[in-house]
Design a binder for this molecule. Structure first.
Ligand SMILES: Cc1ncc(COP(=O)(O)O)c(C=O)c1O
Length: 440
C-alpha cells in the first residue's frame, strides 16, 4: 500500500498524518501474536484494545460466527427476538454478581455507557424523582466517546472541542505517587479519604439532584489506576446513604481481567448498573452488554404502563453474529479456566508482577503499578514534551516486536489471559531495552 491509498480512512484516536508517514499494519493474529504486513510476529501485550482476553483467532469463536452467519444473519430486536440472545442473557445473568439479572445489548462500550446513564435517569423518573439529573464521574475516567460518556469522563482532550453536555461534576482521580508509587495490587493508602470527597460534592449539589456516580473499578485509559483499599466500598456506602445509583463501568475490567468474571465480584462491591463490552466477544464481534439490577428493571419496566417502557435501543442490539461470538467466547473462558488466570496472586500474574517491578530503578521510571495482569509503567515527563514518553516507548517496543498501549507519559499493558512465562520474559526484556533506549 502506498501513502496515497491510506488517505481515505480518517482513523480514530490516531495522529493521521503521522500514521500515513509510518503506517503500522496488522494483517493477521493468532494466540498471543500479531502478524504485520512485513511478516513480523508482534507480541500482543494489550489484548488488542483490552478485548481479546482469550488471545487471537480462536477456532471455536470463528466457527460459531461463521455458522450463525449461515443460519440467521440478522434479526430485528425491536418487538422481535431470536433464541440465542435469550440464551446468552440467561448465561450472563448467572455469571453476574448479586441482582444484576437484566441484560441490555449494545454494540460498544460507549453505547453501554449511554445506555446505563439513561437507565439511571429512567429509574429516578419512574420513581417520581425526575429532579435527579446530575451525574458524578471522576477525573481521568474514560467512558467512551459519545456525548454522555465524554461528559462523565474526566479526560480533557476527549471533550475540550465538543463540550460536556450533561450536568456533571467529578471526583478527583485516585493516583497519589507520594503515598502509593510502585504499588503491587491495590494501593494501600488514602482510599477512604479519597472516597469521602463524594460527600463534599453531595453537599454542593444536594442529593436530590444527583442521579448516579459512574466510575471504572480500575481506571483504564486514564492511566491504569487500581482503586486504593477501601475506596469502592466507601463510595457504595455514601451512594446508599443518599439514594444515588452506582454505575460500574466494567468495559475493561469485565470478563476476567481481575480474576473473577467482574471486578465488582473481586472487590466485593455491588453496583446498581454495570456496563461491559470488549471481552464479551473476545473482540471478535462488536457487542456491549449493560447489566441492570432487578430494582432498576422493576421500576422502569415492571411498574410501567402498557407499551414500550424504555425508549432506547440500537438496530444491532443483540445481533445474532455477536450473540454467537459471545456464547462461544464464554465457552472458551470457561473451558480454559481463563478468568482465574487473571487473578492477583495466581501463578502467571505473580510472575508478571515480579518481572515488571524488577524494572524499578531504570532511568526515567517514576512509577510501576499493576493489578494482576493489568499494569502501567509511568515515566518522568520530558522537558517541553509532557505526555510524549508513552508513545516513544511504545514505538521502541513496536520496533522490537511488542505492542503496548501509550497513555501520555505512561505505557499500559493488559495481555490476553493465555499469556505464558516466556511471553513475560520477552516483555520485560523488550521493555527494559526500550526504556534504556529513550532515557539512557
Ligand atoms: C471503561 C471504558 N468505558 C467505555 C469504553 C468505550 O468503549 P468503546 O471503545 O467500545 O466504545 C472504554 C474503551 O476503552 C473503556 O475503557
Amino acid at each position: 500500500m502506498n501513502h496515497q491509498s491510506l488517505a481515505a480512512h480518517w482513523m480514530p484516536f490516531t495522529p493521521n498524518k503521522g500514521y500515513r508517514a509510518q503506517p503500522r499494519m496488522l494483517t493477521g493474529a493468532k494466540g498471543m501474536y500479531w502478524t504485520t504486513d512485513d511478516r513480523r510476529q508482534v507480541l500482543d501485550m494489550t489484548a488488542g484494545l483490552w478485548c481479546c482476553n482469550a488471545g487471537h483467532g480462536h477456532p471455536h469463536i470463528a466457527e460459531a460466527i461463521a455458522q450463525q452467519a449461515k443460519t440467521l444473519d440478522y434479526a430485528p430486536c425491536f418487538g422481535f427476538g431470536h433464541p440465542l440472545s435469550f440464551e446468552l442473557s440467561e448465561r450472563l445473568a448467572r455469571l453476574a454478581p448479586g441482582n444484576l439479572n437484566k441484560v441490555f445489548y449494545t454494540n460498544s462500550g460507549s453505547e453501554s455507557v449511554e445506555t446505563a446513564l439513561k437507565m439511571a435517569l429512567a429509574y429516578h423518573h419512574a420513581r417520581g424523582q425526575a429532579g435527579r439529573q446530575l451525574f458524578i464521574g471522576r477525573e481521568r475516567g474514560y467512558h467512551g466517546v459519545n456525548f454522555g460518556g465524554i461528559s462523565v469522563g474526566g479526560i480533557t482532550n476527549n471533550y475540550k472541542a465538543f463540550g460536556q453536555w450533561l450536568p456533571v461534576d467529578h471526583l478527583s482521580h485516585t493516583q497519589d505517587l507520594a503515598l502509593n508509587a510502585f504499588s503491587r495490587g491495590l494501593p494501600l493508602h488514602g482510599g477512604v479519604e479519597k472516597a469521602n470527597e463524594l460527600e463534599r460534592l453531595i453537599r454542593l449539589h444536594d442529593a436530590s439532584r444527583i442521579a448516579a456516580v459512574i466510575i471504572e473499578p480500575i481506571t483504564g485509559a486514564g492511566g491504569v489506576l487500581p482503586p486504593p483499599v477501601g475506596y469502592l466500598k466507601r463510595i457504595r456506602e455514601i451512594c446508599d446513604q443518599h439514594g444515588i445509583l452506582l454505575i460500574f463501568d466494567e468495559v475493561i475490567c469485565g470478563f476476567g481481567r481481575t480474576g473473577e468474571p467482574f471486578a465488582s465480584q473481586t472487590f466485593d462491591v455491588l453496583p446498581d448498573i454495570m456496563t461491559t463490552a470488549k471481552g464479551l466477544t473476545n473482540g471478535a464481534a462488536p457487542m456491549g452488554a449493560v447489566f441492570a439490577g432487578d430494582h432498576i428493571y422493576e421500576a422502569v419496566v415492571d411498574d410501567a404502563g402498557p407499551g414500550v417502557e424504555f425508549f432506547h435501543g440500537y438496530t444491532y442490539s443483540a445481533h445474532p453474529l455477536a450473540c454467537a461470538a459471545a456464547m462461544a467466547t464464554l465457552d472458551v473462558y470457561e473451558q480454559g479456566g481463563l478468568f482465574r488466570r487473571g487473578a492477583a496472586g495466581g501463578d502467571i500474574a505473580s510472575y508478571f508482577e515480579q518481572g515488571l517491578h524488577s524494572l524499578k530503578g531504570l532511568p526515567g521510571v517514576i512509577d510501576i503499578r499493576n493489578y494482576a495482569l493489568i499494569a502501567a509503567v509511568e515515566f518522568e515527563p520530558q522537558a517541553g514534551k509532557p505526555g510524549a514518553s508513552g508513545a516513544q516507548v511504545q514505538t521502541a517496543a513496536w520496533e522490537q516486536g511488542m505492542m503496548l498501549r501509550s497513555l501520555g507519559d505512561a505505557i499500559a499493558m493488559s495481555p490476553p489471559l493465555i499469556i505464558e512465562k516466556h511471553h513475560v520474559d520477552q516483555t520485560i526484556g523488550i521493555l527494559e531495552r526500550s526504556i534504556r533506549q529513550l532515557f539512557g
